[in-house]
Design a protein around this ligand. Structure first.
Ligand code: 5AD
Ligand code: SF4
Length: 456
């Protein structure tokens, strides 16, 4: 640590794009900066430091960053004229992939840092304050970032994210992650359990384990032996007060038998799994380098549902990958019909510079991508609504987390991640309560309290 704890005298404004891992990283960057006296602020205009935590997964992300930078440049200049300094940092995957271009196009940026180096932020700030030019740090350092981060400072609340794994070795044809986040690496089981215990001590009841390829996690246990996500889930479930465990995002190839068994044995493991399939066509799955077929995915889902019949699935889909024909797209629709998803994200293929698919022949035109996306999304919406409607008339356990938008309302989530609203007292926030589902909506449920007492 470069400086000792100081009173919160400086304002830190962060803008976060992209996945939950970026949300987690933004929280950890705030933790790194808290001992330097930086406190989070909603206003960019009056901030002493602004960090843009960026995403590079699909196009337009970089353009959004540059338009935001244009806005911030004016604020930074106004501060300078007033005799104040605003430190401007670009972090995350756009920084990692396009660091040099950022500095060429926006020379007023002070710091460019990749996802693997934010533990070095205090040094970068010191350097940026001394030097006239910008500081750029997009290394994949040999040291473990997590070993150099302070313990999380700010409580995350009743539900929290915990990054256990970063990077990816799968090299799907379309994806920038292996290039921006680097090779797969797993935090140790001891470190993960310690962070989970800290979160629970601060009031967290539900933890979502995060990783680009989370079920490839193989952090070493206390004996120095590689563990597995199934074992980690069982160890986490033994922490008193931790009532719900989730993990995202998983690769079908890394769903091993032990993890499937954990879904049967660990009641804390919620019956909702985000398991991206991307396509239902074996030809396109091969072109995507996904290392599984449609049949293998169906079989995996069948094995999961066998041990956990109430397991709901969510997925990611890409339409218009290079080479995708009408028949390939039909195969995707057929897989969706066979599985029945509770929710899903679907995207038009977006060529990412440097990835194999970007230079592949058979690029699909925009109009075709648009049409396929609309068709797929209509089917997925139908399935999501059907999944919600199936809960009508049932009593389900809801973890209440927040006051609702309307007076007298409180909000929470079912085990299947559906938002639920009921009329009820705020004293139920922080409790898991049985709720009768009276009405289903496309994206949420309305319910009534069955009894006033909390249940487990
Ligand atoms: N184009 C469109 N979608 C993509 N995704 C990743 N890369 C691309 C791309 N180049 C989607 C995948 C992935 C999700 C996080 O983003 O579906 O699972
Ligand atoms: Fe990207 Fe996921 Fe494929 Fe890894 S497994 S390359 S993160 S899409």
């Amino acid at each position: 640590m470069i400086e000792q704890s100081k009173p919160n005298t400086k304002r830190l404004h962060m803008i976060t794009w992209g996945c939950q891992m970026n949300v987690y990283d933004s929280g950890r960057m705030a933790d790194v900066l808290a001992p330097l006296g930086y406190a989070p602020s909603d206003s960019a205009e009056t901030a002493d430091m602004v960090i843009l935590n960026t995403c590079h997964i699909r196009d337009k992300a970089a353009e959004k960053v540059f338009s935001e930078l244009g806005r911030l440049r004016l604020m930074k200049e106004a501060r300078r004229l007033a005799g104040d300094r605003m430190i401007l940092a670009v972090a995350g995957c756009v920084a990692q992939a396009e660091g040099a271009e950022i500095l060429a196009r926006a020379p007023y940026v002070d710091i460019v840092l990749g996802p693997q180096t934010y533990h070095r932020l205090p040094e970068m700030i010191a350097q940026a304050s001394r030097a006239a030019g910008a500081v750029i740090d997009t290394d994949f350092p040999a040291e473990e970032k997590f070993d150099f981060l302070p313990d999380a400072v700010a409580p995350q609340g009743l539900t929290a994210f915990l990054t256990i794994q970063e990077g990816c070795d799968k090299f799907c044809s379309f994806c920038v992650v292996p290039y921006t986040r680097g090779a797969e690496s797993s935090r140790s089981q001891v470190a993960v359990l310690a962070e989970a215990r800290r979160l629970v001590a601060q009031g967290t009841q539900e933890i979502t384990l995060l990783g680009q390829n989370v079920n490839a996690w193989h952090g070493i246990d206390e004996h120095g032996v590689p563990s597995s996500l199934g074992r980690l889930a069982r160890a986490l479930a033994r922490i008193p007060g931790l009532t719900r465990i989730r993990y995202t995002t998983s690769h079908p190839r890394d769903m091993d038998a032990d993890l499937i068994a954990a879904h049967a044995e660990v009641p804390e493991l919620m019956p909702f799994l985000h398991l991206p399939v991307q396509s239902g066509s074996d030809r396109i799955l091969a072109a995507m380098n996904r290392r599984h077929t449609g049949a293998e995915y169906r079989d995996l889902v069948a094995r999961l549902r066998q041990v956990r019949p109430d397991l709901a699935l969510s997925s990611d889909f890409i339409v218009g990958h290079p080479g995708e024909t009408e028949q390939d797209f039909e195969d995707t629709l057929a897989l969706v019909r066979d599985i029945g998803f509770a929710s899903a994200f679907s995207f038009k293929y977006s060529p990412r510079p440097g990835t194999p698919a970007a230079g592949s022949p058979g690029q699909v035109d925009e109009a075709t991508k648009d049409r396929r996306l609309q068709t797929l999304q209509a089917l997925l919406r139908e399935q999501q609504t059907a999944f919600n409607v199936a809960k009508q008339g049932q009593v389900v356990p809801v973890l209440f987390t927040n006051p609702g938008r309307r007076a007298g309302q409180i909000g929470g989530r079912t085990p299947w991640l559906q938002p639920v609203h009921v009329q009820g007292p705020e004293t139920l926030i922080g409790h898991i309560v049985p709720v009768f589902i009276s009405l289903a909506h496309p994206n949420s449920l309305t319910g009534t309290l069955v009894e006033e007492h909390a249940c487990v």
